[in-house]
Write a protein that binds this ligand. Structure first.
Ligand code: OAD
Length: 229
């Protein structure tokens, strides 16, 4: 039985990492275009690096929570793929082995000229003047608005083949990922967990609760269930 879990910022909220929208969200009172676009980086690189250095430090301090751990533990029973919009590494640190970061990874830096030229950036800040091997300024290896979302084909393949599909902690307001939920047509159960949601996609059960409360019982139930259930 193939399981796919699509996650957003809300799954890491109980690990202490802020979401983007809503009270306390990173985009609350801030125009995302001033921090998360190639133009913003060209205009004020220090401001952009400060924002991502701050967030990288928060990720370092954070630990995977019960939701990340329950998703990873399900791999003992079924193949599990995680498609995440999150740039943190909490799924991997919980033990998940198939994680597609469609919006990039904050613990990597890359050349601002050559997207393929990456270096690990775990314990330090990216500073102005830190250069990649091609001589270009390093930048966070995250996807900014106007840049291409990654792993689209692999994500859609996994979602289309899923027998069970769980969506956790995303407002489904950012494209193209918001549209991907409509491709889980084979999944016998489609569940979305979030405390608030503007609209619940068709054919989904919406569980209005938090990731740490609601994900572990669903993962336990799916661990026990065979495809015929
Ligand atoms: P959002 O901040 O848009 O949405 C977070 C969702 O998580 C909301 O629906 C909340 O109700 C829910 N939530 C909050 N706390 C939760 C909890 N404890 N348990 C479960 N759910 C909870 O975040 P995303 O949908 O991930 O992109 O945002 C998508 C993209 O927008 C991000 O990847 C980022 C941002 O701009 C880029 O930076 C490219």
């Amino acid at each position: 039985m193939k399981i796919v879990v699509l996650t957003g910022a809300g799954i890491s909220a109980e690990s202490g990492l802020p979401t983007f929208r809503g009270a306390g969200g990173l985009w609350n009172g801030v125009r995302a275009e001033t921090l998360a676009t190639p133009e913003a980086f060209a205009d004020n690189p220090q401001r952009v690096l400060d924002f991502y250095n701050f967030r990288r430090a928060m990720v370092r301090e954070a630990a995977p929570n019960a939701a990340h751990q329950a998703i990873a533990a399900l791999e003992r029973h079924h193949p599990v793929s995680v498609v995440t919009q999150n740039v943190d590494n909490l799924h991997e640190r919980a033990g998940s082995t198939d994680v597609l970061h469609v919006h990039g990874e904050i613990m990597l830096a890359r050349s601002s000229r050559n997207p393929g030229l990456k270096v690990p950036m775990q314990d330090q800040d990216i500073r102005l003047g830190d250069l990649a091997d091609d001589g270009a300024q390093l930048r966070p290896d995250v996807v900014w608005f106007g840049e291409a979302v990654r792993h689209i084909d692999e994500s859609l393949d996994r979602i289309r083949e899923a027998d069970r599909f769980l969506v956790v902690g995303t407002s489904l307001q950012v494209w193209p990922v918001a549209d991907w939920v409509h491709h889980a047509t084979r999944a016998g159960e489609r569940v979305i967990i979030a405390p608030e949601l503007r609209t619940c996609p068709d054919h989904f059960e919406w569980i209005c609760g938090t990731a740490c409360d609601e994900v572990p019982p669903i993962m336990s139930r799916w661990a026990r269930s065979a495809l015929a259930d």
